[in-house]
Design a protein around this ligand. Structure first.
Ligand SMILES: [Zn+2]
Length: 370
């Protein structure tokens, strides 16, 4: 597990969707459950500006750093780099935090390239970041930098699997011409950022050979039963065909039913099952964070990713110190006024099985026949 205390500081405005504990909460929860200690935890290094310049324009990097220092941004630069607009807010940590997430990814790449294994870089997963601008709360694109590093370290093929409710556009576009990287995004159809996946029928392009990416847009109400089938019939076979040395699993969890930012209806047990289905399909797996806007749901889901990677049993109910940890969260969203019981007392949600709907069936048929 790679984490950092830089994520603990409450710097983001409380009314911003990311003004909630996520990385620190996950680490704390795992410590209280006895799942992480000094033997399996690494304090993340911070990527240097030179590291970041492997994917990002130096002028843009300087602008993010300067905005953090000054606490404001020149209007011309705001427009140019999308800083201080579209939810890409200016706050103390807007440079340090994503640079640390990227430092964690680069460290993970180094280790996985040498020895394989499983690493969870909780702070990573900023899949919308562009070379020359911020996008969707992402300043630096950790997955893109990390995958580029994996290739540089000699890894032959990387499979990027993104289960965040939003399409992994920044990562997809970063590797459009790179045959060694396959990007696959499962996301809610019609949701920002991809207008072209507005209909569940648009699956992106898959070439017979060479560079490939694929989108599996799913509709509102997507349930546990549908995700498991999608993983088994569409995702796992693609991974097996591609024979990656490393799988990058973007673990955004805004697809959970408890999350306010999407209309997907998954339980965290379905996301853990999805990770379990692919975790042995390559010698190395890197799990990152990503979206997730209900702190109770994020901390519990991500702790469960860690348990899944390690084969730890999920307790039926949380021990008292862990319940106290969750009980101390303040979440200003209206859903946070009366936290649900399972947010405070359990790690696992009740499963949310459901009908395999016609639109999901159609999408899977198309995906398999392509
Ligand atoms: Zn998202």
């Amino acid at each position: 597990m790679i984490g950092s205390e830089v994520f603990r500081a409450k710097k983001q405005r409380r009314d911003h969707p990311l003004g909630i504990p996520r990385v620190s909460l996950t680490t704390d929860l795992c410590r209280l459950l006895g799942w992480v200690d000094d033997r399996n935890y690494i304090d993340s290094p911070r990527a240097t500006k030179l590291d970041l310049a492997d994917f990002h324009d130096p002028e843009y990097i300087d602008a993010v750093e300067a905005s953090e220092k000054l606490g404001r941004v020149d209007p011309t630069l705001a427009e140019l780099y999308h800083i201080g607009v579209n939810g890409n807010s200016i706050f103390d940590g807007m440079f340090r935090r994503p640079a640390t997430a990227c430092g964690g990814g680069l460290l993970a790449a180094n280790r996985l390239a040498g020895a394989g294994g499983a690493i969870f870089n909780i702070g990573g997963g900023q899949h919308h970041g562009r070379p020359d601008r911020a996008s969707g709360f992402c300043y630096f694109n950790e997955p893109a930098l990390t995958i580029r590093a994996l290739l540089r370290f000699g890894v032959e093929r990387v499979f990027y699997l993104d289960l965040d409710a939003h399409q992994g556009d920044g990562v997809q576009d970063a590797f459009l011409d790179e045959p060694r990287v396959y990007t696959l995004s499962v996301h809610e159809a019609g949701r920002w950022p991809m207008a072209k996946t507005a209909s569940p029928g648009d699956l992106g392009t898959v070439e017979d050979s060479g560079p490939a990416h694929r989108n599996l847009p799913v509709s509102a109400g997507f349930n546990d039963t549908e995700l498991e089938l999608l993983m088994e019939v569409a995702v796992l076979p693609l991974i097996q065909d591609f024979r990656p040395n490393v799988i990058y699993f973007q673990g955004g969890c805004d697809s959970l039913a408890d999350d306010p930012q999407s209309k997907l209806m998954l339980s965290n047990t379905a996301l853990w099952r999805a990770l379990a289905i692919v975790s042995d399909a390559a010698p190395g797996i890197l799990v990152s964070g990503g979206g997730g806007y209900n702190p109770y749901a994020v901390g519990r889901c991500w702790a469960g990713y860690w348990a899944t990677l390690n084969g730890f049993d999920i307790p039926a109910s949380l021990p008292e110190p862990a319940q106290n940890l969750l009980g101390e969260i303040t979440w200003t969203h209206r859903l946070g006024r009366h936290p649900e019981r399972h947010w405070l007392c359990t790690v696992a949600d009740n499963p949310r099985p459901g009908r395999l709907r016609e639109e999901t069936k159609d999408m899977l048929r198309k995906a398999i026949s392509q």
